[in-house]
Structure formats: C-alpha cells, structure tokens
Design a protein around this ligand. Structure first.
Ligand SMILES: Nc1ncnc2c1ncn2[C@@H]1O[C@H](COP(=O)(O)OP(=O)(O)O)[C@@H](O)[C@H]1O
Ligand SMILES: [Mg+2]
Length: 509
C-alpha cells in the first residue's frame, strides 16, 4: 500500500550544470489530488520523472511509508503502484483501445501462452465500467478524441494496478469543454483511494481540482498549501516571485473610426458546407474586439480569409477603407499585424536564428534592411533592430544567433509580438495570443495588447480562454457554426452568458 510517498532533499542536475531540482522535500498522501504548479522550466516534470524512475537523480531519498525505495526504471515504479502519463500521448494509433491498454501485460491462455482476446476485452471493459470512463474498448485509437486517448493512457496504468497516477499537464491538449469531464473522473479516482499528482501551470484549474498544491520556482519548492487555504493571487505570487494582478487594467478609452470591416463574409467548403456564414462586424481604432467560440466554429476560416490564406466565397473585407480581397499576402502585411495560433509553424521558423525571426517581414517592407537592391540583408541594421526588439520586450536569450527553438514559449511569443507590434499597421489580428504561456508572460502580453488600444490601433483577438477575453476585450463576439451569434459589451455580459451562446448558438429564454 502506498499510504504516503516522501521525497527528501532531492537534487537533480542535468549535465553539465542545469540545477533542475534544488533540494526539494515534499510528501504525497494516499487519496489526495496533489498539484505541482510552477512556471515553465520550474522543474515540475523533472521532479515527477525522477519519482517515476525515468531519470536518475543526484542526491536525496525517496521513501514509501518511511522505507527508502530506489527506482531505476519506470517498471520498478509501476511494480510499486506509481505510474505516469506524459505530456505527449504515446499510444499506437492503429490499435484499438483494449489492445493499447493490455499491450505488454496481455492475459494469455494455454501452455503456448497465446493471447486471450476475449478475456482481455472483458478485463478492459470491466475497468472502464469501474471508473465510468465512457470509452469503447473496440474503437481504434486514431478515431477517438484527444480526451479519450488520455483516458486510455490512464486506463493502461489502472489495468496495471497503479494507485498513484502522475499526470503531466493533461489539460494542455484539451479544449475547455473537455476539461470538466476529466476533472470529474480524476476526483472519482481519488474518492476510490487513488492518489493523483497533477502538473499544471493554470491556477484556476489547480484550485478547482486539488486537495493540496506544491509550488515550485526555479527548481526549488516554495511551499505546499491546502487548496482551501490559498487563492490565485497568492499562488501566482509564489510561482512568479512577484505580485501578479488578475483584475483588468483596462481603463475607459474612446474608440475611433472603423478600421476593419467584414461584410457578409462567407467561406463555403467544396461539399457545400458553410464554414463562415455571412459574417459582418467592425473593429474600430482604439478598440479590442474578442472572438469567443468553441474551436472549429469558423475562427480558422475567418483568420485565413483575413490573411489571404483562404479565399472567401462571398463578402468583402476592408482595412482602413481599402478592399483587401485582391491584395497579396505581403501587401496585406503593410495593413495587418498578425500573431498566429501556431507559433512554430506560421509565426516563425524554429530552425532559423532569433535574429532572422525578429526581422521577418520587416526586411521586405523597409528599405534600410536591404543592400544591393534588396538582394542582401543589411546585417548591421538587422542586428540593431533585433537587439532593440529584444530589449524593449525583455526577451531572455543567450544570443540572437541561436535558433528560435532555443527560446522558451513565452520568449518566442515576445519576439513574434514585438516584431508585429513594430510593423506600423492600423489593424492587429491575434489568434490565441497566450496559449501555453505561463502567468508572468500572459500578464506581459495582455499589457502590450492594452497598450495597442491606447495607441489607437484596432485589435481583433481570437481566444478559447474566456477569462482572457473578459480581461482585455471591449466587446465579445461569439461564433457558432460559422455565424456571429452575439455581439456583447464586456461590461454588460458574463462568462455564463457567453458560454451559453458558445454551446447553443443562442440563449434560450
Ligand atoms: N533533458 C534535459 N536536459 C537538460 N536540461 C533539461 C532537460 N529537461 C529539462 N531541462 C531543464 O531543467 C529545467 C526544468 O525543466 P522541467 O522539469 O521540464 O520544467 P517544467 O516541467 O516545470 O516546465 C529547465 O531549466 C529545463 O530547461
Ligand atoms: Mg513540464
């Protein structure tokens, strides 16, 4: 039985000199949901990986019920009832749910030891029923949702009689609608006596889910607190090491003339389905308009239409009084700054240097960055530009020549945001501007977005995070099945009302 696990004075150094876990002592009790929170790089994953026997540590002791244990590989931890689900899901896509669950621990029959298919399916079905997981054991894994795949990973561990489950940022890959169900299931597992160790940096969900919370910062444990005795502000302060303000810093600001206007914008798929259906809205100078909606309700098509990556089947789009339909992508970039959802694919080149990413687009729009009639980049000016951008947006980097991928997510977003801010455009389009960032970086990005509004730029923000929209947007438009079904002044609506429009497309009386 794992009544409690204690980690005592654990130290882990990644060679040559990254002190990832710095003398951490913490105790996990049977039957609790214990969250580990901290900014990116705080050492959360490392701490859990060494408990799981995946990586060795340098000093300290792991004890189970006061007896020292040493796990050299995950198999050792699983044998003692401790299992871990990683950030990346590692199932075999072509296999069914039950095959993935029993893989490596198959029930066999007869002397030849052949797989007992019937019994395997039955055992998996029993586990699914026991935990009310709502999964079809016969479904093929690549046909089920990400949330369901996560359940398969958890089931794999339960099937091996694991009673301490480590989950590394499981909500990062889920949509907001899938999270409550995961939480219900985790609480049910806890109520049956299992222990859940839950890594996250999203404070709201941690407070909702956990019994106790351990905060890490820069490899150190800052504190372990009962969820009922703390709050978001206190946790954020421990996490970041300074005060973080969650209430909106948005002050009244008069909006100016219309800058962006979409009129009857439609995108029709080849099979006739309308992905964008007669969408009409305006964004004014000095205004932040937010677009809320469950993902897949036309946001993708809207962004692609504005940026010239998809051709609308009908309607018009104007920026600063100019019809942008016939403009090339580069021409659009003189009018529109753009922060895409997928930083690694569209916003940047991961393999190129930080410098090259900072200068991207600018080098084609501004003559000072080119020599020899635009054939060669003027490196002197480019370097100055990259350095001033890094300084103004406090980008933490070792060298501007390093590949972009060497930056943390928050710093990558600062480079993209800075580059786009420094384009002198009237209209700013941002798709999920803070997805995957930690609280300190989110606060920073929100501050910059609000500053754009003060500078009378027109800002359109698409976000799956409703709290974000309530913090920064003046108006919230809700998209549902390709239509804008609500246009609400932030001051006069609530998260509940917006949520209902998102799910139902209208608010029933
Ligand atoms: N395999 C590795 N090799 C070297 N350094 C690593 C490795 N994994 C993580 N780190 C470093 O260790 C620190 C803690 O990382 P990690 O445990 O992944 O943090 P978290 O999960 O809190 O984001 C970071 O500075 C990170 O860059
Ligand atoms: Mg991690």
């Amino acid at each position: 039985m794992n009544d409690f696990i204690s980690l005592e004075h654990i130290v882990k150094v990644y060679p040559p000199s990254v002190l990832a876990v710095d003398n951490v002592s913490v105790e996990f009790r049977k039957g609790e949901i214990h969250s580990i929170v901290g900014e990116n790089g705080a050492g959360k994953s490392t701490l859990m990986k060494l408990l799981y026997g995946l990586i060795p540590f340098d000093s300290g002791t792991v004890k189970m019920n006061d007896a020292p244990v040493r796990f050299h590989k995950p198999g050792d931890a699983i044998a003692r009832g401790i299992g871990m689900v990683h950030q990346e899901i590692e199932l075999i896509a072509q296999y069914t749910v039950w095959e993935n669950v029993v893989l490596g621990a198959e029930p066999v029959r007869g002397l030849a030891g052949t797989l007992d298919t019937k019994r395997a399916i039955e055992l998996v079905r029993r586990k699914i029923d026991e935990f009310q997981f709502n999964l079809d054991p016969l479904a093929q894994v690549d046909r089920i949702s990400v949330a369901a795949r996560q359940k398969v990973e958890i089931l794999k561990l339960l099937y091996r009689n694991v009673s301490v489950l480590i989950l590394d940022e499981p909500t990062a890959v889920l949509t907001p609608q899938e999270i409550p169900q995961l939480f219900t299931e985790l609480k049910r597992l806890r109520d049956k006596g299992n222990t859940i160790l839950f890594i996250s940096h999203r404070l709201d969900e941690v407070l909702e889910l956990s019994d106790r919370i351990t905060v890490m910062r820069k490899g150190k444990k800052i504190a372990t607190v009962a969820a009922s005795e703390t709050n978001k502000e206190a946790l954020a302060q421990m996490m970041v090491g300074r005060q973080v303000i969650f209430t909106s810093k948005r002050t009244p600001h008069a909006r100016g003339a219309s800058v962006f206007e979409a009129k009857n914008l439609s995108v029709t798929r080849r099979d006739g389905l309308k992905k964008l259906d007669e969408v009409c809205f305006e964004v004014h100078a000095g205004e932040i308009v937010g677009i809320a909606g469950v993902e897949g309700n036309g946001q993708f098509e809207l962004v692609n239409s504005i940026m010239g990556l998809a051709e609308p089947s009908a309607g018009t789009m104007m920026v600063g009084g100019k019809d942008i339909a016939k403009l090339s992508i580069l021409e659009r970039r003189t009018l529109i700054s753009f922060v895409p959802q997928d930083r690694g694919k569209m916003g940047a080149s991961l393999a190129a240097s930080i410098l090259d990413n900072a200068i991207m687009t600018h080098h084609r729009l501004e003559v000072r960055f080119s020599s020899w009639r635009g054939l060669v980049l003027n490196y002197k000016h480019a370097r100055e530009f990259a350095d001033s951008l890094a300084q103004r947006f406090s980008v933490q980097m070792a060298s501007r020549q390093n590949p972009f991928r060497s930056l943390s997510g928050g710093n990558q977003q600062k480079v993209i945001l800075g580059r786009e801010l420094l384009l002198s455009t009237p209209f700013f389009l941002m798709d999920q501007p803070t997805r995957g960032l930690d609280v300190g970086s989110i606060e920073y990005v929100h501050g910059e977005i609000l500053a754009m509004r003060e500078a009378d730029r027109a800002v359109l923000v698409i976000s799956a995070d409703l709290e974000e929209l309530f913090l920064i947007a003046d108006r919230i438009l809700v998209m549902h099945r390709g239509q804008i079904v609500a246009d609400l002044a932030t001051e006069q609506t609530s998260i509940e009302e917006v949520g209902r429009y998102m799910l139902e497309g209208r608010v029933s009386a």
